[in-house]
Design a binder for this molecule. Structure first.
Ligand code: ZN
Ligand code: ZN
Length: 431
């Protein structure tokens, strides 16, 4: 691609990203945020991976995913049945979460990729290609195929002592689907894709004139979805039609609202049982922490550690990090900027992994239904914990990291105006 000016998503600095060689990456010089990366033949590779992923996903639907055998009785579950079974058993929320995060969103994502990439390979682009690209980037955080797979592995370990387990064809197809989906997402770089669409449509974007510094200081704003720079008074993006705002509207209010609700839900999520195991009529409730302790006592140390990290450590660390980020912005803190940006990136990255325990419960409930012999029912904590994960993800998505730099930007502007220290010296001083 030829060079394009973008405002960094994390610090608002306007940076010129020029043509990258395959395998190269461009980072923001101020905060280190990854602005763009180049994969050789990215469009061809992503098309091949997306088509393969869709094929493997289709193959994973009709065959048994797993089978559970105990005392001559067998229960089989397929991916399509799992959501339906949960619905029939009276757990519509779990059924919805399972279907949306592991089937519906990944399918939409892959179809959107193929509809954009297949014509783009031949240099064709349609008006709806831009709308679909926008949809793709908003769906990315909610496609949880790989999180579900880890959840399945944890479920296998949890019930391995109760009965014989048989892995079905669909399981292996789903593993290949998840790998191809990750490869598709990895191949595609946001900036490169937008640029390829413009190139194919022969559109030359000319952003308003600017100098070194933050976009907002210069009465400019960048599109949160495609990064195109606009004048402050523009209302929607010329390229992707996203609404434009110099900063995410009500960012702190939304961050606090989602965070506080998530934190409140975290209390019942830990106090109440996440699932009930009924063996020969005896009910054995287990909480999130109780499940970890049980896995540890049975010697499944790595799995106990995974569940502990995903279900206990990550939600607590994430909530504390979001609390600190929102509080520090509200209080106008100007120190430890790089640490706070790093904290924000980690929060964005790790949040979805807490969904493991919810998937474990959904898989076990769909699989273990042998009437009076053995059955597993979800507890109140399963719904509460799913709420915690979704709300903390929404809280992280609502937080605008550029707010961290806003106080700093003011100082930088003042220092430039009064001929004081240049930016690098100022950053050294602050960090
Ligand atoms: Zn930056
Ligand atoms: Zn845009």
């Amino acid at each position: 691609m030829s060079s394009e000016n973008v405002a960094c998503h994390c610090c608002d600095l306007i940076v010129e990203v020029s043509t990258l060689k395959p395998g190269c990456k461009a980072h923001c010089p101020r905060c280190g945020h990854l602005l763009s990366s180049q994969t050789s033949n990215a469009i061809d590779k992503a098309t091949a991976f997306a088509a393969s992923a869709l094929l493997f996903l289709l193959l994973s639907l009709p065959f048994p995913f797993m089978a559970f055998q105990s005392q001559g009785r067998e229960q089989q579950v397929s991916l399509l049945d799992s959501g339906y079974d949960l619905l029939i058993l009276g757990f519509p929320l779990l059924a919805l979460l399972l279907s949306v995060f592991i089937l519906i969103i990944p399918t939409l994502l892959l179809c959107a990729y193929l509809v954009i990439l297949l014509p783009l390979r031949k240099g064709q682009v349609y008006p709806w290609s831009y709308t679909l690209t926008r949809l793709i980037f908003s769906l990315h955080p909610w496609a949880m195929a790989e999180v579900f797979l880890i959840g399945v592995l944890v479920s296998l370990v949890k019930i391995s002592g109760m009965a014989d387990l048989v892995i079905g064809m669909s399981f292996w197809a789903y593993v290949l689907f998840a790998l191809c989906l990750i490869a598709t997402i990895t191949c595609i770089d946001r900036l490169q894709l937008w640029h390829s669409l413009d190139q194919a449509a022969s559109i030359q974007r000319t952003p308003p004139a600017h100098r070194y510094g933050g976009a907002m200081q210069q009465q400019l704003q960048s599109c949160h979805c495609c990064g195109l720079i606009h004048d402050r008074n523009a209302h929607s993006c010329q390229r992707c039609s996203s609404p434009l705002h110099p900063r995410t509207p009500f960012s702190l209010q939304k961050t606090w609202a989602f965070l506080i609700t998530g934190a409140l839900l975290y209390i019942p999520a830990n106090l109440y049982p996440i699932m009930h195991t009924r063996l020969l009529g005896a009910d054995e409730p287990s909480t999130i922490l109780g499940g970890v302790v049980l896995l540890w006592q049975h010697g499944s140390y790595p799995i106990a550690l995974i569940v502990f990290i995903a279900s206990i450590l990550i939600p607590i660390v994430k909530m504390l990090a979001l609390f600190w980020l929102a509080f520090s912005v509200e209080a106008g803190h100007q120190n430890r900027v790089n640490e706070r940006i790093w904290m924000y990136r980690m929060t964005e990255l790790i949040g979805r992994w807490s969904m493991i325990d919810v998937f474990v419960v959904a898989v076990l409930v769909a699989l273990v239904q042998l009437g009076g012999l053995a059955s597993i029912q979800p507890g109140l904590a399963a719904t509460a914990f799913a709420g915690v994960v979704i709300l903390t993800m929404l809280s992280a998505l609502s937080f605008d990291p550029r707010l961290i730099w806003d106080n700093l930007n003011q100082r930088e502007l003042n220092s430039i105006k009064s001929g004081q220290a240049p930016l690098n010296d100022l950053l050294d001083e602050i960090n």
